[in-house]
Design a protein around this ligand. Structure first.
Ligand code: ADP
Length: 609
């Protein structure tokens, strides 16, 4: 659970309240000290007054205080008591009360001690608290006469009522003064705190804007030395951040350019499988919008379960891993995926980088190669098995029967011819593929008509055999850059097929004219068409008809001496010229093959398309 944020005080109030607390402590201490001192001064003043009264009494006392002098003594004491407002008691030398008559000598336990001290000639004093009146009582006892043998002892007693009142007044005035000083000092403190905090607040605002990414902000100068240091550090940090931002921006765009120009798809995910970065190639392969996919979980964005499982493995694996995945879509694609786990600086798993490679074409080529080897082996095996079988039969004795021997040798010869035909076709195909791959097919400007006529004359004997008429319709002066023997070979293959797959006494048309490979195409071509009235080809076979060893009717093809390579040779010859081939067919009606040979020599030299 996230912890509650600490309640924070503003800097100005922090300074102000600190100052106020200090001020209050100083004021209280001063007030207390002054009060104590005032009370002491008040006590001293009262003491001096009491001593003065006692001395006045003592100085005016007659030689004898008893007997007939008693009246005048009483008058003196009464006058002084009235004028001073103090209580005056008079004792004889033995500390026996004389005036006022009838009052006990002692008013408290301390009085005995005072009187004893006075008898010994010392002035004594006491201060006590009277609980009944709630006042302090101050007493002075003074001997009069010879020290050691006093003739009388004067006691002056006064309470603190009056001095307490004036002390209280003094204290109130003093308190008012202190409060006024404190308020003024607090106001002054507030102004100072405000000024200090303003600089801090300005710097805090600048730091906040820098943290929010506003690097255009200016760092103001500060008056206080420490704050000036902070301001300088902030300015240095701002410049560094700007510099780093520029570097990161440069690196980012370089990285983006590199990733964007890669043919391989690159996908980076974090430990929680969120997409960190994805390049255009990966997004295209997975059918994603890179801007929307970033920061979203891979499991949510990618539909292919195999890729999601692969990503999980890639994050966990210590070694790089790779696998082939099939991506379903309008066109199924085989993707080679390689995954490497990413480790962050603390060594913990930080996600993975996945590289996607579209290897559909390579896998198709591998399959074609595999099929081709299997097909070649199969095609060669059949005639060889036949030859072997008949040779063994001959060796087993059939050679002695001239009729059988002749028949079997005839079969062996036909199978050997078939083998030769297959091998010749394969060699031809390989030669054409080589020139097609190298793009160095030797071309010459040749008239199409001459090439067609040569091919037709080659096929005529077979056409005559089946009573098939070959009709040629060729545009005059149609000249294209070509390799005449190869184009002648392609036309022979097509015309041969037309004869093979037609019933006797049908027609085969061979035509050539100007045209284009597709409607709207700007590239002018010579279009050579071979049309027949043969058995035709069902629609489902048409896409595969140009594959090596692909046959619609295997038995018929073999019977007719076909190798299954004829159309494949035609396709590669045309591709080597930079052209194309097409087929149209309707079962039971006929088939038309068209060769498109470009009129421009440069495109022909490009080689395979
Ligand atoms: P093949 O040596 O078997 O004729 P091709 O590559 O020349 O081999 O032809 C492939 C297959 O296409 C043939 O086996 C045949 O079934 C079909 N085919 C080719 N040309 C025609 C055509 N003119 N009419 C009908 N079928 C054809």
């Amino acid at each position: 659970m996230p912890s509650e944020p600490m309640p924070r005080t503003r800097f100005v109030w922090h300074l102000f309240f600190g100052w106020c607390t200090l001020l209050a402590a100083v004021i209280v201490a001063c007030f207390w000290q002054a009060s104590v001192r005032l009370a002491e001064l008040a006590d001293d003043a009262q003491l001096r007054r009491s001593i003065a009264v006692a001395e006045a009494v003592a100085s005016r006392l007659p030689e004898r205080i008893g007997g007939d002098a008693a009246g005048s003594v009483e008058t003196i004491v009464a006058d002084l008591a009235r004028s001073s407002g103090m209580q005056i008691d008079l004792f004889d030398g033995e500390a026996r009360p004389v005036l006022p008559a009838g009052r006990p000598a002692s008013q408290g336990s301390g009085d005995e001690r005072l009187l004893q001290e006075a008898r010994q000639g010392r002035v004594a004093r006491s201060s006590r608290y009277d609980a009944a009146t709630g006042r302090r009582v101050l007493a002075i006892v003074m001997p009069s006469g010879t020290p050691g043998r006093p003739k009388a002892i004067v006691r002056v007693t006064t309470d603190s009522l009056e001095s307490d009142r004036s002390l209280g007044r003094e204290q109130r005035q003093m308190l008012a003064g202190f409060v006024a000083i404190a308020l003024a000092a607090a106001w002054g403190g507030y102004l100072v705190a405000k000024r200090c905090s303003q600089s801090v607040e300005t710097l805090a605002g600048v730091a906040g804007r820098l943290a929010a990414g506003d690097f255009d902000t200016t760092v103001p100068a500060a008056e206080l030395a420490e704050l000036a240091e902070v301001a300088e550090a902030l300015e240095a940090m701002r410049q560094q951040l700007v510099e780093r931002g520029l570097t990161i921006g440069r690196q980012g765009s370089q990285q983006e350019a590199v990733l964007g120009s890669m043919v391989e798809g690159v996908l980076a995910i974090d430990a929680r499988q969120r997409i960190v970065s994805i390049n255009r190639a990966a997004a295209d392969l997975l059918g994603l919008d890179p801007a929307k996919a970033v920061r979203r979980p891979l499991q949510e964005v990618v539909r292919n379960p195999d890729l999601r499982r692969f990503a999980l493995r890639a994050i966990d694996c210590r070694e790089p891993i790779e696998d082939d995945l099939l991506l379903r879509g309008p066109r199924d694609r085989t993707i080679l995926v390689r995954g490497t786990a990413l480790a962050d600086s603390r060594g913990a798993d930080g996600g993975a980088v996945i590289v996607l490679n579209d290897v559909t074409h390579f896998r198709q080529l591998e399959n074609i190669r595999r099929d081709f080897v299997a097909n070649v082996s199969h095609e060669l095996k059949t005639p060889i098995a036949s030859i072997k079988g008949f040779v063994e039969t001959l060796l087993d004795g059939a050679v002695d029967d001239p009729g059988d021997a002749r028949r079997f040798l005839g079969i062996v010869a036909r199978q050997a011819e078939r083998l030769e035909a297959i091998i010749e076709d394969l060699l031809a195909l390989s030669r054409i593929e080589q020139t097609e791959g190298a793009g160095n097919l030797p071309l010459e400007e040749a008239e199409v008509r001459a090439v067609i006529e040569a091919a037709v004359s080659d096929c005529s004997p077979r056409a005559v055999e089946k009573s098939i008429r070959l009709e040629v319709a060729c545009e005059q002066g149609l000249v294209v850059p070509m390799n005449p023997p190869l184009v002648e070979q392609a036309i022979i293959n097509l015309v041969d097929n037309a004869i093979k797959y037609s019933e006797p006494e049908r027609l085969v048309w061979i035509s050539a004219q100007h045209g284009t490979a597709e409607e709207g195409d700007e590239q002018p071509c010579a279009v050579i068409a071979v049309a027949d009235q043969g058995c035709g080809i069902a629609e489902e076979h048409l896409p595969r008809i140009f594959e090596r060893f692909y046959r619609v009717d295997k038995a018929r093809s073999r019977k007719e001496g076909g190798t299954g390579l004829g159309l494949s040779i035609v396709k590669h010859i045309v591709q080597a010229h930079g052209g194309a081939v097409s087929v149209e067919s309707e079962p039971g009606v006929g088939t038309t093959f068209r060769l498109f040979l470009p009129m421009a020599a440069e495109s022909a030299a490009i080689g395979s398309s």
